[in-house]
Design a protein around this ligand. Structure first.
Ligand SMILES: *[C@@H]1O[C@H](CO)[C@@H](O)[C@H](O)[C@H]1NC(C)=O
Ligand SMILES: *[C@@H]1O[C@H](CO)[C@@H](O)[C@H](O)[C@H]1NC(C)=O
Ligand SMILES: *[C@@H]1O[C@H](CO)[C@@H](O)[C@H](O)[C@H]1NC(C)=O
Ligand SMILES: *[C@@H]1O[C@H](CO)[C@@H](O)[C@H](O)[C@H]1NC(C)=O
Ligand SMILES: *[C@@H]1O[C@H](CO)[C@@H](O)[C@H](O)[C@H]1NC(C)=O
Ligand SMILES: *[C@@H]1O[C@H](CO)[C@@H](O)[C@H](O)[C@H]1NC(C)=O
Ligand SMILES: *[C@@H]1O[C@H](CO)[C@@H](O)[C@H](O)[C@H]1NC(C)=O
Length: 922
């Protein structure tokens, strides 16, 4: 939907008032459901279902939280409290992308099921769905989240913009997510569907003949034209000009005050069910573990954390002893009982090459990868390495906000990539730490230190002998929910005292000070002190390795105002991090007024001139409120405080009248009403910066393996400044490209360019590609970038789900159910021309599943499935997915007589009738 103020879809309902040249936004509170509400409710619902199923498989109890589900309550019930932040981030990415459809495709009717564009709308959904499933299989989760956000928008709009609800339907329309089902109940293009509304009353404007014939229609919409096909319904609302011509009025259910607002609640409810159905379909295709991973929740039998362990390792001969240390560190991390990573990433590099990136969720695979890493070459420490190239691969391949460790002892041979690394650090907010053993090049040291600092990481210079001690930096980072309380960079050094607030949610506290022999004193809230020379003192322990000074404060911590006084004439950094449920994440956003208000995530640096807007979310539950968001200069005292507006979903839209010059941090303060309105403070890890140029790119269209993909992009220099801008680009897959190296700025200060990427024909469907396009300002005083996430997907020709046929049910369930077993055997196959059965799983029961694939006589494979369980599980759901993610579901009951007769029939019930099935079981 595209209608602003009463939009059932826009993420934010904003009104704007012009105050001079500045916009001020107000949030209209409303009883209507938004796309965001619907999306969040459906994700929570489906995730709860997955949790329940997993608990059942593992023989655990699962208690659904009381009341309406929230990210917090569900995470607790599901035992993945360690992933709560990542879960919230994933929902945010999906929701923002959902809202983005209203901005990018505001006038493309098929994205909204307007203008009776049913077949094209469904094509968008089914193609996006297939792409999302392929993305998940390739581990391109961010691309999958974006695809899902986009198709959810279109799917949800159907229930508001069509007459599905007016036809009396109160269940989801499965045909929208199934390319194989006939779409034949659409009103003919020449058939009138509406009559004039009577005044403002549009209750009965859909023609009886349409209702009686159960024909689908949807409202026509135009911002610019009054015309529409004769007799057709309009969307309605003041922006829709078609609603002013006969038949006047509209049928949309976007909000309670829309033309058909009395049906808004029903439409929103069915849209939520349809969104859940879409998610259930994805779940069936990718499996429960990957579904949770898609939602930011990492879960393996041994870990529920979303921790990532990422090593970027120099393998030149001089690194031999470092690599040996890393092997033993990896073994320790993998065998530890708590805080086990759920994703392991390893990127090797040396003087001549880098990669490939190895990424696995299996700790044994990781161990064998690191154990087979071999060092080679001359072992000359002054020889340049491909370290930044390897780091770029890691930055593009790990989830946002990950912690990355680079181990090297030589200078980079690819320092021309510094700006690209900077761009990716700013965009992904990952933290990069460098462990530099006996590094002799001062210039290289400066580069590594600068990259570490702007990511909020440490650059630690140690001798080979000290390395094992410095590796505590790695183990310390392996703690879920680490939040930054304060971070300071001083260059040149100066003596200064810093205060920060420790709130009661902070469970552990670590302070890092890096620099050449700084001395410091820490003072707790109650006035107890410890000096940097005291290895163990009243407040905790202090470890000094090379230039890294680590203070581990003893828990429980005094809450209140703490201080650190640093005395140093040399440059130093200071960072205090704590384990806490309260943290925040943010995106710079571009607010768009036209044709409707809303915002889109800015995958670039914000502009130096004009207002800046941010979307800020805080974790820790609804008791946690943000009171202040400030952009503070890293060096210098400049600070800009934003104005905050809370959105209906509890996030904040922050507007800043200009941003500080140079690099800045974001600082946030707030109140926790579940702890007597206690004050808390947090800070961004990443250093941010503005730019005087803007770069934007377009990423529309399908990209098939073996084909080229063209990316048009613009560089805007503003103020009509002319000249030439230097352009750089890089993609993380190493695909061949053709891009201009410079562009001439035309009239209006815009330089238009276009680049091409070529995907090799063996590119796996679902492969995500990160493309960074950079442009220097004329004169190269600063640069900006745009990060584009693309995906290569093969065309899907198999659109039908696998089928299932019962062979036998062997059950005699009488008496004590736990003492008796029953079993069934069935065959499943994907038929001739199918992509083949790939995944067979059983839901609603715990038991033993056995599958055997035999090459069928008809040229396609048949999988023999047998399942044995106790009589306590009376009904079993067999879920079968084929290689491209079509999902079929089969229901089998132990109830002898009933099942026996049914078992003679193919028991195919499509995935999409799961709601019916669920009621069967409850
Ligand atoms: C999810 O929603 C469906 C209705 O669409 C409902 O029947 C089911 O109980 C919900 N599941 C959970 C776990 O809330
Ligand atoms: C760098 O690593 C690659 C891949 O491991 C290897 O083939 C190559 O020989 C190495 N180069 C040097 C100079 O050691
Ligand atoms: C570039 O600017 C032109 C107008 O100057 C606009 O039509 C086009 O859509 C822009 N392209 C991108 C990729 O932003
Ligand atoms: C600008 O690009 C053109 C063609 O892409 C190239 O021929 C020219 O040398 C470039 N100029 C500079 C200054 O890099
Ligand atoms: C079913 O089991 C019960 C008790 O275990 C037994 O008495 C009965 O004969 C069995 N029926 C059949 C058909 O096997
Ligand atoms: C699984 O089924 C196959 C074929 O029916 C059979 O040969 C095999 O023994 C079964 N495996 C187990 C573990 O039951
Ligand atoms: C049948 O299964 C085998 C082994 O899983 C596989 O290699 C083959 O491609 C499959 N054949 C068809 C027609 O799907």
């Amino acid at each position: 939907m595209r209608l602003h103020t009463q939009s059932f879809i826009t993420l934010l309902t904003l009104t704007l008032a012009l105050t001079g040249t500045l916009y001020a936004f107000k949030l209209i509170s409303s009883d209507s459901m938004t796309h965001d509400d619907i999306t969040t409710a459906a994700i929570l619902n489906t995730t709860a279902d997955v949790c329940r199923a997993l608990a059942e498989q593992e023989g655990r109890d699962f208690v659904l939280p009381e009341g309406s589900l929230s990210v917090q309550s569900l995470s607790k019930a599901c035992l993945f409290t360690d992933s709560v932040k990542a879960f919230q981030v994933a929902i945010g990415v999906i929701s923002l992308r959902n809202a983005f459809v209203d901005l990018r495709h505001v006038l493309d009717e098929e994205y909204h099921f307007d203008d009776e564009s049913f077949v094209r709308g469904r094509r968008l959904i089914t193609r996006g769905l297939a792409a999302a499933k392929a993305n998940v299989k390739q581990g391109s989760l961010r691309a999958a989240q974006q695809a899902i956000g986009e198709i959810m928008h279109t799917l949800q709009d159907f229930y508001s913009h069509s007459n599905w609800i007016e036809l009396g339907n109160r269940a989801a329309f499965s045909t929208l997510i199934r390319a194989d089902l006939a779409f034949d109940n659409i009103a003919d293009s020449n058939t009138p569907t509406c009559r004039n509304c009577v005044g403002d009353n549009c209750d009965n404007n859909v023609l009886e003949s349409i209702i009686a014939g159960q024909k689908l229609t949807s409202g026509y919409f135009s911002l610019t034209s009054f015309s529409k096909p004769q007799g057709k319904c309009s969307h309605g609302g003041s922006a829709d000009l078609t609603s002013q011509t006969e038949p006047r009025g509209g049928i949309n259910k976007d909000a309670v005050d829309s033309a058909h607002g009395s049906l808004h609640a029903d439409a929103a409810r069915v849209a939520t069910a349809a969104t859940s159905q879409l998610l259930q379909d994805i779940r069936g295709a990718v499996g429960d573990e990957d579904f949770l991973r898609l939602m930011g929740i990492s879960r393996s039998p041994t870990s529920s954390s979303s921790l990532v362990l990422c090593f970027v390792v120099d393998t030149t001969a001089s690194m031999a002893s470092v690599v040996t240390e890393l092997r033993s560190l990896a073994a320790t991390v993998v065998s530890s009982q708590s805080n086990k990573p759920s994703v392991y990433v390893l990127v090797p590099f040396n003087g001549t090459s880098f990669g490939p990136m190895m990424r696995t969720g299996d700790s044994d695979v990781f161990l064998s990868q690191i154990n087979t890493l071999s060092v080679s070459g001359a072992g000359n420490r002054s020889e340049p390495r491909q370290g930044l190239s390897a780091l770029l691969q890691a930055l593009a391949g790990v989830p946002d906000s990950s912690e990355i460790f680079v181990f090297t002892d030589g200078p980079p041979g690819d320092s021309h990539l510094e700006s690209t690394v900077t761009a990716l650090i700013e965009n992904t907010k990952s933290v990069v730490n460098f462990l530099l053993t006996d590094l002799s090049s001062a210039e290289a040291g400066d580069l590594y230190r600068s990259l570490a600092q702007l990511s909020g990481g440490q650059a630690v210079g140690v001798t080979e002998q000290q390395l094992s001690q410095a590796l505590s930096l790695v183990s310390d980072s392996l703690s879920p929910a680490l939040a930054t309380l304060i971070q300071v960079v001083r260059n040149p050094g100066a003596s200064e005292t810093f205060s920060f607030t420790v709130d009661s949610s902070v469970q552990t506290l670590l302070v890092y000070v890096t620099g050449d022999s700084p001395t410091f004193t820490i003072t707790s809230a109650s006035g107890a002190t410890q000096r940097s020379q005291e290895a163990s003192g009243r407040l905790g322990s202090i470890q000094n390795v090379g230039n890294l000074h680590t203070v581990r404060l003893t828990s429980p911590l005094q809450t209140g105002q703490w201080q650190i006084s640093v005395v140093s004439s040399q440059p130093y950094t200071l960072k205090a991090i704590g384990e806490s449920t309260i943290d925040f994440f943010f995106e710079f956003v571009e607010v768009i007024q036209d044709p409707q208000p809303g915002f889109t995530v800015l995958d670039s640096r914000p502009q130096a001139a004009g207002d800046a807007s941010l979307s800020v979310s805080v974790t820790g539950g609804s008791a946690v409120k943000v009171t202040e968001v400030t952009a503070t200069q890293v060096s210098g005292s400049g600070a800009v405080r934003g104005t905050l507006e809370q959105t209906a979903t509890g996030d904040y839209l922050v507007t800043m009248r200009g941003l500080p010059a140079g690099r800045f941090f974001l600082q946030l303060r707030g109140l926790n009403s579940s702890a007597s309105n206690e004050v808390f403070q947090r800070q961004s890890s990443t250093q941010l910066i503005t730019s005087t140029v803007a770069v934007s790119a377009q990423d529309d269209g399908d990209w098939r393996p073996g084909t080229d993909f063209s990316v048009p992009f613009n560089v805007t220099v503003g103020n009509g400044a002319g000249g030439t801008v230097v352009v750089r680009h890089l993609n993380d897959r190493g695909f061949a490209t053709s891009f201009p190296s410079n562009l001439t700025v035309g009239s209006g200060g815009i330089a238009e360019g276009s680049g091409t990427l070529s995907a090799p024909s063996d590119t796996a469907s679902g492969t995500g590609v990160v493309l960074v396009i950079e442009a220097d300002s004329p004169g190269s005083a600063d640069f900006n970038y745009v990060l584009v996430r693309l995906t290569v997907t093969a065309e899907v020709t198999d659109i039908t789900a696998p089928t299932c046929e019962m062979v036998s049910v062997n059950a005699n369930c009488t008496g004590n159910c736990s003492l008796q077993m029953w079993e069934f055997t069935a065959t499943v196959s994907d038929g001739p021309g199918g992509s083949g059965v790939e995944r067979v799983s059983v839901r609603e029961a715990r038991g033993t599943l056995n599958t055997t694939t035999v090459l069928g006589g008809a040229g396609f494979n048949v999988t023999l499935v047998s399942f044995t369980t106790t009589c306590c599980f009376g009904e079993v759901v067999l879920v079968v997915a084929d290689a491209v993610g079509n999902v079929g579901t089969c229901f089998i009951s132990s109830d002898g007589g009933r099942t026996l007769s049914l078992s003679l029939l193919p028991l195919w019930v499509s995935m999409v009738s799961l709601t019916v099935a669920t009621t069967l079981y409850s």
